[in-house]
Design a protein around this ligand. Structure first.
Ligand SMILES: [Zn+2]
Ligand SMILES: [Zn+2]
Length: 216
């Protein structure tokens, strides 16, 4: 084939459409093993991804044994759409974020974490259930692993001075206007209630820390 013929030939091949790319990603999903979420390994245990019978994923259309119906934030142009439950395979591959035009978790103002890692949290990791808009923490230039919610007992039991310091600082900010005691805020922390803390572990240095919020 001459150079010119090649050029003409290559021009005939249109770039794949959004839908074609999506179907290609879905076709590559291996349904024989549950996908792992390195930044949220407990997503299957804590109910974020829940077992479902005869459930169909809104992204790949396959019958799957479990689904995710948690937080999803639509990008500007996709506002007003309805997010439907999707399977963990479509989360891990990025197919669901692509199909619904959004992110599972917002990641803000983190300049020392590689963009690729931030994208993994936003687009390919299920989001934990925060009362207010979730904050996925980072440490040592990496996003942290989300462990779960914590109450006062868990906070003390985990023995992390960093976690206690971080929550004390937040509580001090909160009580600064009414003269209350930060400790009394911390003692009200309830892993199943409000306020509740969210615990993260650094994948690099191992420290545990987090933040708390209230039910709106
Ligand atoms: Zn799916
Ligand atoms: Zn660290």
């Amino acid at each position: 084939m001459s150079f010119l013929q090649k050029l003409i030939h290559s021009k005939k091949e249109a770039p794949p459409t959004e839908e074609e790319i999506l179907q290609q990603i879905i076709a590559g999903q291996d349904y024989s093993v549950l996908p792992e979420f390195p930044y949220y390994p407990r997503a299957y245990e804590d109910g974020t991804i829940h077992p479902a019978e005869h459930a169909v994923c809104a992204c790949c259309g396959k019958e799957v044994p479990c689904l995710y119906g948690g937080h999803f934030h639509f990008l500007e142009h996709a506002r007003g759409q309805q997010f439907q439950e999707v399977c963990p395979w479509c989360i891990a591959s990025g197919a669901a974020a692509r199909k619904f035009h959004g992110v599972f978790c917002k990641v803000k103002d983190i300049s020392d974490v590689p963009e690729e890692t931030q994208a993994l949290i936003r687009e390919r990791t299920p989001c934990f259930d925060g009362w207010k808009e979730e904050q996925w923490l980072s440490h040592c230039g990496d996003m942290m692993e989300y462990l779960g919610t914590a109450g006062y007992e868990e906070l003390i039991a985990c023995g992390s001075a960093e976690f206690l310091d971080a929550l004390t600082a937040l509580a001090e900010e909160e009580v600064s206007w009414d003269g209350g005691k930060a400790e009394s805020v911390l003692k009200r922390l309830d892993g199943d209630g409000s306020p509740r803390a969210y615990a993260f572990r650094c994948r690099q240095c191992g420290i545990i820390t987090g933040y708390y919020d209230y039910k709106p």
